[in-house]
Design a protein around this ligand. Structure first.
Ligand SMILES: CC(C)(COP(=O)(O)OP(=O)(O)OC[C@H]1O[C@@H](n2cnc3c(N)ncnc32)[C@H](O)[C@@H]1OP(=O)(O)O)[C@@H](O)C(=O)NCCC(=O)NCCS
Length: 408
């Protein structure tokens, strides 16, 4: 029997209890912290699916930005995807995702999410497109070093317990330092309050934030960390976020971490192996892991190309046929032109000859973020074309391997 399904915006008066129970059941948490979480997210960004008038599924659409080629591409982060246990396995998750994708398409040119299971998201056009890496180091191996920076603790007001709003004034300098450095890293988020709150005020426990200034009172580095108790009174350090503007700030950060070595065994940092702080270690003997893979969907190819940055000296053009069964406006033949660090993409007249390059919307996502080359995607069957067309597509999007230190 077919059931009536309605997709709508969350209504705090009507949905709060069902929503809290659904999230708690799905992610094995208590319902206690959920009202504060809803407040942080903003009720307007929560979606609900009803079946026969009952609350059956929910998701969150978080408008943010994600850096690619040095520019912040408007992105909707999809999170909290939940189907209540009694409604699972009958296509409701897919319905929720299809509705979400259609709603997001006019909001932003791309969407990104952390999947708990990939087939559901692949079925609506997402593909694996970047990593959330970590490196675990023994603290006694971290080099101590000399530097002339002044170390201080960030104003305690910014570290107060949830759910108070983050102190924008106290955290302005460290947000600015992130905003200076993150655009060069493909995949980093253009962080809003929701993400900053997750870094500086983890719900997992107290976070302590320290900053490094120079003689001119300029912020050169910062680090936010949590101490995680282990057996026999020893503990480990989990770094929630950090930035270092230059080599001296890197020396200062490493020296500061080394100072925890008496009681703590190890430190876990959310860093990719090509982050300069990892390159600042004399020996990189640590456990490097991909903690999570994130998936991206191209919702609007011309919008995504116009929003991204490209290498300034690169002048090229090529055409592509994009297959997107879910979004007809994003399907068809397109001409891409890159010039002066910017991209331009327009729909081609359907009467012309078919472009030599054909891409599934999933393949286009992994290419766009610089996660995989066109040649590798062709081997997986997500892109096809002659070698010259594949080489041109790889060159167009090539850049630093995409990674993101933040879960959402
Ligand atoms: C994941 C979840 C949303 C799926 O909802 P659902 O309504 O059962 O999914 P659907 O019935 O619409 O399934 C859609 C597709 O995804 C696949 N899928 C669903 N759950 C899956 C799982 N756990 N593992 C692998 N594939 C899965 C289905 O096989 C189906 O593909 P198919 O049509 O090719 O067979 C649901 O199980 C849930 O709420 N889980 C707990 C919370 C969670 O993990 N959320 C995701 C956070 S990113």
């Amino acid at each position: 029997m077919d059931h009536a399904r309605g997709y709508r915006v969350y209504d705090p008066g009507r949905d709060a209890e069902d929503h809290a129970r659904a999230i708690a059941e799905a992610f094995a948490t208590s319902t206690d912290g959920i009202p504060a979480w809803v407040e942080q997210v903003g009720a307007d960004f929560i979606r609900v699916i009803e079946v026969d008038g009952r609350f059956a599924a929910t998701s969150i659409l978080l408008p943010m930005g994600q850096f690619f080629g040095g520019r912040a591409v408007p992105m909707v982060g999809l999170a909290g995807v939940t189907v209540r246990p009694e409604y699972r396995g009958r296509g409701l998750g897919r319905t929720l995702m299809e509705e979400s994708v259609r709603e997001m398409a006019p909001m932003a040119p791309i969407s990104t999410l952390y999947p708990s299971t990939q087939p559901l998201y692949r079925s609506v056009g997402y593909e694996v497109a970047g990593t959330l890496p970590s490196i675990e180091l023994e603290l006694t191996r971290i080099p101590r070093g000399r530097h002339a920076l002044h170390l201080s603790r960030l104003d305690a007001a910014a570290n107060a317990a949830l759910p108070k709003a983050l102190d924008a004034h106290a955290t302005r300098d460290l947000r600015d330092l992130y905003r200076d450095l993150a655009p060069a890293r493909n995949g980093h988020l253009d962080r809003g309050d929701y993400i900053w709150n997750r870094i500086l005020r983890s719900r997992l426990g107290p976070v302590r934030t320290f900053q490094f200034h120079d003689q001119e009172h300029k912020l050169r580095g910062w680090i936010a960390l949590r101490q995680v108790t282990q057996q026999q009174e020893r503990h480990a350090i989990e770094v929630m976020g950090l930035e270092a503007a230059d080599a001296e700030a890197m020396t200062a950060l490493l020296d500061f971490l080394g100072g925890y070595g008496a009681m703590a065994e190890s430190v876990t940092l959310p860093l990719a192996p090509h982050h300069p702080l990892v390159l600042a270690l004399p020996e990189t003997r640590g456990a490097m892991r991909v903690r999570e893979l994130w998936m991206t969907r191209i919702l609007d190819l011309p919008g995504a190309i116009a929003a991204r940055g490209f290498p300034a000296g690169l002048e090229l053009e090529f055409s592509v046929h994009l297959d997107d069964p879910l979004l007809p406006a994003n399907q068809g033949d397109f001409l891409l032109r890159l010039s002066g660090g910017r991209g331009h993409c327009e729909r081609l007249n359907e009467a012309g000859s078919s472009p030599p390059l054909r891409a599934d919307v999933r393949g286009m996502a992994a290419l766009y973020t610089a996660f995989a080359s066109a040649e590798e995607l062709a081997r997986r069957g997500l892109i096809e074309g002659p070698p010259e067309a594949l080489a041109l597509a790889t060159m167009a999007f090539a850049g630093p391997s995409p990674w993101c230190p933040d879960m959402f």
